[in-house]
Design a protein around this ligand. Structure first.
Ligand code: SIN
Length: 331
C-alpha cells in the first residue's frame, strides 16, 4: 500500500474520449466512444501522482447532457467523497457543457475535497491530442492539497479555473476555457498546482442547495435577445409552464421593447424573470426603474447558461424574488 492520494475518475464521454478515422482529423469525429480504461492506459505516468480508479458514468457528446445525468453524477460524487479513503474526484467531460456541469456541481456537492472537471478539444486519436496532458494535470490537481476547499475546478490547457466564472470561448482552439476579466485561479506549472486567487462566492460545503428528495428541477428556459425581437418565444414557454426565464439581454441585460410586455405578463403569472447578458463579460446591474419595480432578478456576472442553473436551484427553495436575488448576489 503506498501513500499516494486516491483519486476516483468518473468518465462522461466527450472529445477527450473521441475517436477519428485519421490522426489529422480535429473535427468530424465521434465524441465519447473510448472507455476510461483506454484513456488511462495512454498515461501510465499518472501512477506517480495518485492511485486512480476509473468508472464510466455515461458516454455521451456533452451537447446531449440531461438533468437526469446531472442528478446521477452529483449523487455519485457526494457518495464517493463521503468515503474517507477517497481524496478527490476527476470528471472527464465533453467541453460543450463542461462549464454547466461544473457550476451545477459547485452548488450541490457537499464536500471540500477536490472535484476537477477536464476535457479536450482534440479527439484522443489526434496528432497532438490535448486530452492526455489535461487528464494528467487534472489528476495532479485533484491530488494536491492546494485544491482542497476551492470549489469545483476545471483543469484545461495548463490553467486552473473556478466553476462559476469559466466559460468555453472558442469553438475549436485548445485554449478555449477562459474566465474573461476575472481570470484563471492558477496554473499547472510543470504539473504543480499554483493558485493565485480564489472565488469569494459560496460553493460546495457552504452552499444551501441540495438535491435530497428531488428528482428534477423546476423548468427554466433562456430567451436570447436580438434586434427585431417579438414576444412569441416568451409566450410559448410561458404557456408550456416554465417556472423561470433567463433573458439573455443586450449589454447590461437590456430588454427589447417588443419582448418586454411578454416578460411582464410572464412575471404577472408568477414566472420568475432574470436579466442576464449576451455580452459574455461584465455584470448585469440595476438600470431601468421599471425592471427594478417588476423585481426582475439581476444575474450579476453569471452567463445565461449558469444563471439558468442557479435560478432552477433557487426555485427548489423559494419563489420570493428578494430571496432569489440574495442567492444571485451570493453564489
Ligand atoms: C462534447 O462536448 O462532448 C463534444 C465537444 C468536446 O468535448 O470538445
Amino acid at each position: 500500500m503506498n501513500t499516494l492520494p486516491n483519486i476516483k475518475i468518473l468518465a462522461m464521454g466527450g472529445t477527450i474520449a473521441g475517436s477519428a478515422a485519421d490522426d489529422t482529423d480535429m473535427t468530424g469525429y465521434q465524441a465519447g466512444v473510448l472507455s476510461i480504461e483506454l484513456l488511462l492506459a495512454a498515461i501510465p505516468q499518472i501512477k506517480q501522482y495518485a492511485n486512480v480508479d476509473g468508472q464510466q458514468v455515461c458516454d455521451i457528446d456533452s451537447c446531449d447532457m440531461t438533468e437526469e445525468i446531472w442528478f446521477q453524477l452529483a449523487a455519485k460524487v457526494n457518495t464517493l467523497l463521503l468515503d474517507e479513503a477517497i481524496d478527490g474526484v476527476v470528471i472527464t467531460h465533453g467541453t460543450d457543457t463542461l462549464e454547466e456541469t461544473a457550476y451545477f456541481l459547485n452548488l450541490v456537492v457537499t464536500s471540500e475535497k477536490p472535484v476537477v472537471l477536464v476535457g479536450a478539444m482534440r479527439p484522443a486519436t489526434a496528432m497532438s491530442a490535448d486530452g492526455p496532458i489535461n487528464l494528467l494535470n487534472a489528476v495532479r490537481l485533484a491530488a494536491s492539497k492546494e485544491a482542497f476547499g476551492k470549489g469545483v475546478l476545471v483543469a484545461m490547457n495548463d490553467e486552473i479555473h473556478g466553476a462559476r466564472d469559466v466559460t468555453k470561448t472558442n469553438t475549436v482552439n485548445v485554449s478555449t476555457f477562459k474566465a474573461w476579466d476575472l481570470g484563471a485561479l492558477g496554473y499547472m506549472n510543470n504539473g504543480k498546482a499554483n493558485f493565485y486567487r480564489m472565488t469569494t462566492r459560496k460553493h460546495t460545503k457552504k452552499s444551501e442547495f441540495s438535491l435530497a428528495g428531488l428528482t428534477n428541477l423546476p423548468q427554466v428556459e433562456i430567451v436570447y435577445a436580438h434586434a427585431n425581437q417579438n414576444r412569441c418565444i416568451i409566450d410559448a414557454i410561458a404557456r408550456a409552464g416554465v417556472k423561470g426565464i433567463i433573458y439573455a439581454g443586450m449589454g447590461n441585460g437590456g430588454i427589447h421593447m417588443n419582448a418586454e410586455p411578454g416578460l411582464i405578463d410572464a412575471a404577472k403569472e408568477g414566472i420568475v424573470v432574470a436579466r442576464s447578458s449576451r455580452c459574455g463579460n461584465g455584470c448585469v446591474v440595476a438600470s431601468n426603474h421599471k425592471w427594478e419595480e417588476l423585481q426582475f432578478i439581476k444575474a450579476d456576472s453569471l452567463n445565461p447558461q449558469k444563471a439558468r442553473i442557479l435560478l432552477a436551484l433557487a426555485l427548489t427553495k423559494t419563489k420570493d424574488v428578494i430571496e432569489i436575488q440574495r442567492m444571485f448576489d451570493e453564489y
